[in-house]
Write a protein that binds this ligand. Structure first.
Ligand SMILES: Cc1cc2nc3c(=O)[nH]c(=O)nc-3n(C[C@H](O)[C@H](O)[C@H](O)COP(=O)(O)O)c2cc1C
Length: 214
């Protein structure tokens, strides 16, 4: 069975409800997300869900991380999000927009529907919502450089110690990552029989959902 959906898509309503139902479980806000590296190999990691922007999914990362370079070169990602209480899995095929303090020079999503100023404002807002401990990580030494025991205090520095940062202004290493889903593969293992639905974005605000065999 195929349904055409205009406006807020069913998968988004369903994901929002599942997040609400798991609100007591902090781990429900962690998802796995894959990128593709320069050699064509998949690279996967865990990220924290930082909210929605319309139907897009927000996360944050460091501009010095491998994932930033990978998405800068290939703006494609797949999120895999499993909720253990409801036994639901959402696999979201996405394009990736990277919002840095370089005024969108790094944006790869050509057909973005958001005015640039809106995304910069959103970056500021997400930064302000981070805990002090999360903000401080952006002034740690760069990821993957050899660990220096003597510089260990750098990894515990707080924003107050770091003259380059202030709470209100996002750190220069801070990147807002905006995942824009184009296909959602939904699996519900709790239902009998199991439910699997494939939703595809046909155009802005228009989605087609098909029930398929799990
Ligand atoms: C529970 C959990 C949450 C994480 N959340 C984030 C996150 O929101 N952003 C991020 O950049 N890394 C996050 N990480 C670290 C990444 O999984 C990863 O180890 C790190 O960012 C380096 O990834 P990369 O080499 O692919 O850039 C998290 C790790 C765990 C275990």
């Amino acid at each position: 069975m195929t349904n055409l959906n205009i406006g807020m898509p069913e998968w988004h309503i369903s994901l929002s409800k599942t997040l609400l139902d798991h609100a007591d479980n902090i781990e429900s806000r962690f998802f796995q997300v894959a990128s593709v590296d320069a050699c064509g190999y998949p690279q996967n990691r865990t990220m924290v869900f930082r909210g929605f922007n319309e139907e897009n999914i927000l996360a944050v990362c460091d501009i010095r991380s491998d994932k930033y370079d990978q998405w800068k070169n290939q703006a494609h990602a797949q999120i895999c999000w499993y909720f253990n209480e409801s036994r639901e899995q959402f696999r979201l095929t996405c394009t990736v927009e990277l919002i840095t303090d370089l005024n969108h020079l790094d944006t790869k999503l050509a057909e973005t529907e958001h005015p640039k100023s809106h995304m910069q404002t959103l970056r500021d807002k997400v930064w302000e919502g981070l805990s002090k401990a999360s903000q401080a990580q952006f002034s740690w030494p760069a990821p993957l450089i050899p660990f220096d025991e003597n510089a260990q205090t750098n990894n515990t520095s707080t924003l107050d110690d770091d003259k380059n940062t202030c709470e209100l202004k996002p750190h220069k290493h801070f990147v807002l990552v905006c995942f824009s889903p184009s296909k959602i593969d939904y699996l519900n293992l709790r239902a009998t029989p199991h439910i699997r639905e494939i939703t595809k974005r046909l155009q802005a605000g228009v989605w087609e959902c098909t029930s398929v065999q799990p």
